[in-house]
Design a protein around this ligand. Structure first.
Ligand code: ADP
Ligand code: MG
Length: 317
């Protein structure tokens, strides 16, 4: 494929690979990946270089659940390794989906998934206050027993039962950035920062150590888009647009948001911190670091959204 002259970072939601509760199996997730990849290859054919990132909330949950069920027989999978597992598995899924789409269209493209580590600050306040629930809901006694045995912090996710919680520190640096840049500059489609990247800290000797935490994939993707000076930063998710008063009778779907308005709404807690909040913050961070154009849409409307005919567009004015 000829090298395009514009770079797009496309962040694909982990939830969008699972279309509904009856399509959670791996072949179903692959089908969903293929549907997204088709639109991304359309973009490539109109001159975009692509760096694709992806979430992994549900998928990491499955790995950790398998690990828990097998606890009597095999040692549990630490979180950083679960992230690495998912980067491999979902990376493979996308790599194969791109390959097959290139073959189908007779295009000479190449995709490569990179195991990506993201540096976090050991003094990040998130470590003192783990908030991100992961894995299944448990009854109080089981949760406490597992917490004791495995060193987990468990909390009552009010109304939803007891769950393990892990810190969600701010991503500071994408450690494989140079590799990603080199590959992108050479025309490869790069799949990076899966699941937000594997969180690592530097010890006193500057050696990297994996931590039991999760990095938000929207924030990691935003950092990557800023570092790459991407011409557009797109987040695809389960909805075509961002709404204010989401789910309420006065719900309003937005075509565009300038930086000031996005900041204003974000600061006024208009967006749910567990879903749309980090996406809007990711857009704000990207624009504040000089980014040109951000888009939140669903995979189906990717091409229309690039033409400002769908999605919510973010700009700095
Ligand atoms: P992803 O896996 O893509 O990160 P999330 O479930 O974390 O998906 O977040 C996206 C979802 O958040 C949307 O599909 C929608 O159901 C929900 N949502 C919450 N608040 C809003 C909002 N203000 N506008 C639109 N969708 C919202
Ligand atoms: Mg999410």
């Amino acid at each position: 494929m000829t090298q395009g002259n514009r770079t797009a970072v496309v962040a694909v939601g982990g939830n969008s690979l699972i279309t509904d509760e009856f399509h959670q199996a791996i072949p179903d997730q692959y089908e969903a990946a293929v549907n997204t990849v088709k639109r991304v290859v359309d973009m490539m054919q109109s001159g975009w270089n692509i760096v694709l990132t992806h979430g992994s909330g549900p998928q990491v949950g499955y790995i950790l659940r398998r690990s828990e069920l097998a606890i009597a027989e095999v040692a549990p999978v630490p979180m950083d390794y679960a992230d690495a597992d998912i980067q491999g598995a979902v990376g493979y899924m996308f790599q194969r989906a791109f390959h097959n789409e290139f073959v189908k269209r007779g295009l000479p493209g190449h995709a490569i998934a990179i195991v990506s580590q993201v540096l976090v600050d050991p003094d990040d306040p998130a470590f003192a206050n783990p908030t991100k629930p992961i894995g299944p809901q448990l009854d109080e006694a089981t949760a406490k027993a597992r917490g004791e045995k495995l060193g987990w912090i468990v909390k009552d996710d009010v109304g939803r039962g007891w769950r393990r919680v892990v810190p969600s520190p701010t991503p500071r640096k994408i450690l494989e950035l140079e590799q990603i840049k080199l590959l992108t500059a050479n025309g490869f489609v790069v799949i990076a920062c899966g699941g937000g990247g594997i969180p690592v800290i530097e010890n006193e000797k500057k050696y990297l150590v994996g931590v039991e935490a999760v990095v938000d994939k929207d924030l990691a993707s935003s950092l990557l888009a800023s570092d790459l000076k991407a011409d557009v930063f797109i987040i695809t998710t389960g909805v075509d647009r961002v709404a204010i008063n989401y789910g309420a009778p006065n719900e309003e779907w937005l075509d565009s948001l300038d930086l000031n308005r996005a900041r204003e709404l974000y600061d006024a807690d208009h967006f749910d911190p567990g879903s749309m909040g980090p996406k809007v913050l990711a857009m704000i961070n990207y624009l504040e670091s000089g980014g040109a154009k951000g888009i939140i849409t669903n995979p189906e409307n990717l091409i229309k959204a690039l033409d400002d005919k769908s999605g919510t567009r973010f700009f700095s004015r």
